[in-house]
Design a protein around this ligand. Structure first.
Ligand SMILES: NC(=O)c1ccc[n+]([C@@H]2O[C@H](COP(=O)([O-])OP(=O)(O)OC[C@H]3O[C@@H](n4cnc5c(N)ncnc54)[C@H](O)[C@@H]3O)[C@@H](O)[C@H]2O)c1
Length: 418
């Protein structure tokens, strides 16, 4: 039985724990959180009331002889916690995205884990969402030929959705804790992961972005577009793009966060549409117009994946199960530390591009350039009272408009504590 410990029992712990609760091969033997009440409530919810809680994660690591540790804390803690756990001899470390604030920290985490013979996993769960796994198989079967263009739109809707702990918003608003904005450098890591994996790429060559509004509240609406490298001389050019759309007054029930994702991939022989991820299973999923996968190819439109679970939790369960088997078999986790670092490079490019108002190349985002300050993300704009009022007014205006147009969900609902 593999002994598992969790550091950070916040919102996402409810999902990260699922794979362990279902597993016959693991036992959750301890948790750590500086907020003992939060940890106690989670254990109660998971039916594990007798599991010990440590306020100090180092004590848990020193005493519990863990095989696997899950690091589910604010971003600035990922690097020091990984280093401590690796040096203390925990053989399997799974750290939630983004891997760290800086490429220097990512490099250090990778080096320490290599030196200590530790398996380091960057936990990015979209990579295991059942619909996306099926889409990847179809793409590998060349159902749309060679993929040429990738597009993903994240729409941040108005809920109703799962309750989020206010603390989870507060640390994200603090640049020192979050390392970037709460869309691109946080949620965006998942989307950038899809942009690489589904397109069978390890990196992009160059990227240009437009982040409308990078403040301590939001780094969205935003639009990013990039070019993939050519593997062969005669490869067709390949591009990708990503949008974050704020639509807080759209009524859009979700079991999880207030957002959903829509992907379109165009290939040399056809097109593929992937409808929904985070909020899969809701009203939209239940309509025949929105099957999970739609493919146009050879003069025919077909849908796929309707028998698959359209529930985001399975992306977590599958990801955790994969890590358990990687530890048992000694194989590589998905993602490795190097791949996790690549996602940080990708996610930093948009901020640097918007700051410098130019195209940014992948090679610019390095540890060396962090030392000379040429690729660092500037602090976001502090939102003063005036900006906040303007922002709130805009949202209220949107809502009013929605009600006039027959919006059912009339409650003023905006998740962010401004
Ligand atoms: N995969 C996903 O889809 C997804 C979604 C949300 C969050 N996340 C990631 O999960 C991580 C946690 O995010 P969250 O939303 O659960 O945040 P959260 O604020 O809800 O939870 C973080 C927890 O860490 C605890 N904590 C802080 N400092 C600690 C310390 N020194 N020792 C032990 N515990 C400490 C806090 O008390 C809190 O309970 C982040 O990396 C975030 O990006 C991933």
């Amino acid at each position: 039985m593999l002994r598992v410990g969790i550091i950070g029992c916040g919102d996402i712990a409810n999902l990260n724990v699922l794979g362990y609760l279902r597993s016959q091969e693991t036992e959750l033997v301890a948790v750590s959180d500086t907020d003992l009440q939060v940890a106690g409530k989670k254990l109660e919810r998971w039916g594990l009331r007798t599991v010990p809680i440590y306020e100090d994660y180092k004590k848990m690591i020193d005493r519990e002889d863990l095989d696997i540790v899950e690091i589910l804390t604010p971003h600035h803690l990922h690097a020091p916690m990984t280093e401590y756990c690796a040096k203390a001899g925990v053989p399997g470390i799974s750290v939630q995205k983004p891997m760290a604030h800086t490429i220097t920290d990512c490099d250090n985490m990778i080096r320490v884990c290599e030196e200590e013979n530790v398996k380091l996993k960057l936990y990015e769960n979209f990579r295991f969402y059942p619909v996306y796994l099926r889409a990847k198989i179809l793409l590998e079967q060349e159902i749309i030929g060679e993929p040429l263009n990738f597009r993903i739109n994240t729409v941040a809707h108005g809920g109703p959705s799962m309750a989020i702990d206010m603390k989870a918003f507060l640390w994200r608003r603090n640049f020192e804790n979050c390392g970037g904005g709460m869309w691109i450098y946080d949620d965006g890591i998942h989307k950038l992961s899809m942009a690489l994996w589904l397109m069978d790429q390890e990196k992009v060559d160059e990227l240009y972005s437009w982040i409308d509004y990078f403040t301590t509240v939001q780094d969205s609406p935003s639009l990013l577009f990039w070019k993939y490298p050519s593997k062969e001389l005669d490869d067709p050019p390949k591009y990708g793009s990503m949008q974050f759309t704020l639509a807080p007054n759209v009524y859009y029930p979700s079991n999880y966060y207030d957002c959903d994702e829509f992907i379109e991939i165009s290939g040399t022989k056809g097109m593929m549409w992937l409808n929904q991820c985070t909020s899969g299973g809701n009203i939209i999923s239940k309509t025949p117009q929105y099957p999970p996968i739609v493919v146009y190819s050879g003069g025919e439109v077909k849908s796929y994946g309707e028998e698959l679970p359209r529930d985001w939790r399975y992306s977590f369960i599958n990801s955790t199960e994969h890590f358990i088997s990687a530890i048992q078999e000694g194989s590589n986790p998905i993602y490795t530390g190097e791949q996790g670092k690549n996602l940080c490079i990708f996610a930093k490019m948009p901020y640097v591009s918007t700051q410098k108002k130019r195209i940014v190349r992948w090679e610019e985002i390095t540890s060396e350039n962090e030392q000379n300050g040429s690729c660092n993300i500037n602090d976001p704009v502090e939102t003063d009272g005036g900006t906040l009022i303007k922002y709130l007014n805009r949202i209220r205006k949107d809502l009013k408009k929605g009600i006039q147009e027959g919006l059912q969900h009339k409650e003023f609902k905006y998740q962010y504590d401004l």
